[in-house]
Design a protein around this ligand. Structure first.
Ligand code: MN3
Length: 216
C-alpha cells in the first residue's frame, strides 16, 4: 500500500507580525504571511487532492497540468519560509553585518569587492526583474563562490544551472511584498530590507553549504 502524499503546514513566523516594522509594517506582514503565503499552502494541499482524483480517473492531461501547480504552490511555500527565516528584527540580529574576518564577508568581498557593492548590485538586479520574482544570493558549489541570481514567479533556485546551487538569502519582489508600505517605490523597499536581513542565518547557510560540498 502506497502512503498518501503528506499535506504541508505553514511554518510559523520566527518573530511577531509587528517585529519588522517599520521596514515592513504589521499590516504588510499580516497580508503577506496570513493571506499570500498561506494561500500557497492551502492551494498546494488542494492540488494534492485534485491529483489524487485525476490519478484515479487516469486523466493524464490533468495530471500534467496539476504537476505544474504543485511546483508553483509548493515553491511559493518554500520560497516564503526561506525568506522569513532570512530576516530578523532590528533589536535582535536584523541588519548586523557579518564581521570582516568571517567566511561570509570574505566570500562577498571576493565576488563584489565589498558588502556595500554587493547590496547595490543585488538591489539594482532585483529592481529590474520584470513582473513577479525573487532576488537571490547563492553559493555555487562548482566554483566555491557566491553569485547573484534572479527567478520568476515561484520558480525554485534549484531549477537553475549548474545543478546544485544552494540558496543563502532571498528577497521577495512580488508587488504583494511591499505595496502596502511602499506603494510603487520598489527601490525604497529594497533599500530598507537590509535593515532586517539576518546575516547570522546567511552565514550558517553558507557554512552548511560548504560542509555539504566538502569545501570545509
Ligand atoms: Mn510573497
Amino acid at each position: 500500500m502506497v502512503e498518501k502524499t503528506p499535506k504541508i503546514t505553514q511554518t510559523p513566523l520566527p518573530y511577531a507580525l509587528n517585529a519588522l516594522a517599520p521596514v515592513m509594517s504589521e499590516l504588510q506582514m499580516d497580508y503577506h504571511f496570513n493571506k499570500h503565503h498561506k494561500t500557497y499552502v492551502t492551494k498546494y494541499n488542494e492540488t494534492l487532492d485534485l491529483i489524487e482524483d485525476a490519478l484515479q480517473k487516469q486523466d493524464f492531461a490533468k495530471i500534467a497540468r496539476l504537476a505544474k501547480n504543485t511546483k508553483f504552490f509548493g515553491g511559493g511555500n518554500w520560497n516564503h519560509t526561506f525568506f522569513w527565516e532570512g530576516l530578523s528584527p532590528v533589536g535582535e540580529v536584523g541588519g548586523q553585518l557579518p564581521s570582516a574576518d568571517s567566511d561570509l564577508a570574505k566570500s562577498i568581498t571576493a565576488a563584489w569587492g565589498s558588502i556595500d557593492k554587493f547590496i547595490t548590485e543585488f538591489n539594482a538586479e532585483t529592481a529590474a526583474i520584470q513582473g513577479s520574482g525573487w532576488g537571490w544570493l547563492i553559493y555555487n558549489p562548482s566554483t566555491g563562490g557566491l553569485e547573484y541570481r534572479s527567478s520568476f514567479n515561484q520558480d525554485l533556485i534549484t531549477e537553475q544551472q549548474p545543478a546544485g546551487l544552494v540558496p543563502l538569502l532571498n528577497i521577495d519582489i512580488w508587488e504583494h511584498a511591499f505595496y502596502i508600505d511602499y506603494k510603487s517605490a520598489k527601490p525604497d523597499f529594497l533599500a530598507n530590507i537590509w535593515k532586517v536581513v539576518n546575516w547570522k542565518k546567511v552565514e550558517q547557510r553558507l557554512g552548511d553549504a560548504k560542509k555539504t560540498a566538502g569545501r570545509l
